[in-house]
Design a protein around this ligand. Structure first.
Ligand code: SF4
Length: 342
């Protein structure tokens, strides 16, 4: 029997475009040197699975509005601080006096709010199905603690709408294992009926190689397929506990994605019973239109329409030290992966 590496290296089937939906897959595949094994017919393209990258410019502008206009302390993951907004990043806002506090989880942000009752605190809640439950738990905790100085600025997204929007952009999706751990695999299985093929992949070298080898073997059979190549973590039903928690506290809403525009019902917002923790309502946020830098092609990169190196400012005007777009900032961003490894 051939090994995964032999299958990949000796692939002599038709040209195939495989989309790494998840930014961590992009980074790991680069870091492990797997790209070097691929024959020329196999093209890996990046997708929209980096939470920071798909968060639109308008969200950064909203956070800056809260910090500078309303005096709110912003708690956020570190990556978001350097993402450019229309006028400046959160790091720039900090230089103008904004209070920006880096946290490692929403629970840290809630604790910060509890420990600083004199401050109004908002956590920037971004991410996919994987991270949404933690944001919900922090709100529950705030309610239990009886604190009223904590809120979420929510930009959480769900993947089904993105898969719909990306139909046709790749021959095979490398589905994000950590998202599928929460959602299960039923949606991906159902997508095969619409002609969409994919495999769920884990994150170790062996898991990634196996997923790619399975994708190549199945692709040559010429019909839509789905295979869960991460069964030690991903089940058909996913995490019912996490699904029930999110369903109890949040509901679907239309949501803007960087590069993909507004995708109906692809975002989450707090349900009415929890709206006292919704920063947009609490601070009567005006409608803010973000203005991305016209030189930046993050939108095309996130849809697999171009490679980071096709962007004119890649590695010149735009570097990890001086990022122009989110894909160069984030540790999961495709531009940052290409810059670091290619
Ligand atoms: Fe945007 Fe920079 Fe990537 Fe170009 S290289 S697409 S400017 S993040």
């Amino acid at each position: 029997m051939k090994t995964a590496r032999e299958i990949i290296e000796n692939y002599d089937g038709p040209d195939v475009r495989i989309m790494e939906v998840c930014g961590t897959h992009t980074h790991e595949i680069f870091r492990l040197g797997i790209r070097k094994l691929l024959p020329k017919q196999v093209e890996l393209i990046s997708g929209p699975g980096c939470p920071v990258c798909v968060t639109p410019v308008s969200f950064i502008d909203e956070a800056i509005y809260l910090a500078l206009e309303k005096g709110v302390t912003i708690c956020t993951f570190g990556d978001l601080v350097r993402v450019p907004g229309s006028q400046m990043s959160l790091a720039g806002a900090r230089e103008k006096g904004a209070k920006i506090h880096i946290v490692y989880s929403p629970a840290d942000a809630e604790k910060y709010a509890k420990d600083h009752p004199e401050e109004q605190v908002t956590f920037l809640s971004v991410g996919f199905e994987t991270t949404t439950p933690a944001g919900c738990l922090s709100v529950k905790q705030a309610k239990e603690d009886g604190i009223s100085n904590y809120s979420l600025l929510v930009a959480n997204k769900t993947m089904p709408g993105a898969y719909e929007a990306l139909k046709g952009s790749a021959d095979v999706f490398l589905y994000p294992g950590h998202v599928n751990a929460i959602t299960g695999t039923r949606l991906c299985e159902a997508l095969t009926e619409e002609g969409v093929s994919g495999v769920v992949a884990g994150f170790t070298a062996k898991e990634l190689m196996t997923a790619l080898a399975v994708a190549l073997v199945k692709f040559q059979e010429g019909k839509p397929f789905f295979v869960n190549c991460y069964p030690r973590v991903v089940t058909q039903d996913g995490s019912r506990e996490a699904q029930l928690l999110v369903d109890e506290m949040m509901e679907a809403c239309d949501c803007e994605w960087r590069g993909l525009g507004v995708i109906p019902k692809s975002g989450m917002k707090l349900r009415q019973e929890w709206q006292e923790f919704d920063a947009r309502l609490k601070y009567q946020m005006p409608k803010i239109e973000g203005k991305p830098n016209p030189a930046c092609r993050c939108g095309d990169v996130l849809q697999g329409k171009c490679k980071p190196s096709d962007c004119k400012v890649f590695g010149k005007g735009c570097t990890p030290q001086h990022p122009i777009g989110a894909c160069m900032v984030s540790g999961e961003g495709a531009c940052s992966a290409y810059y670091q490894y290619s």
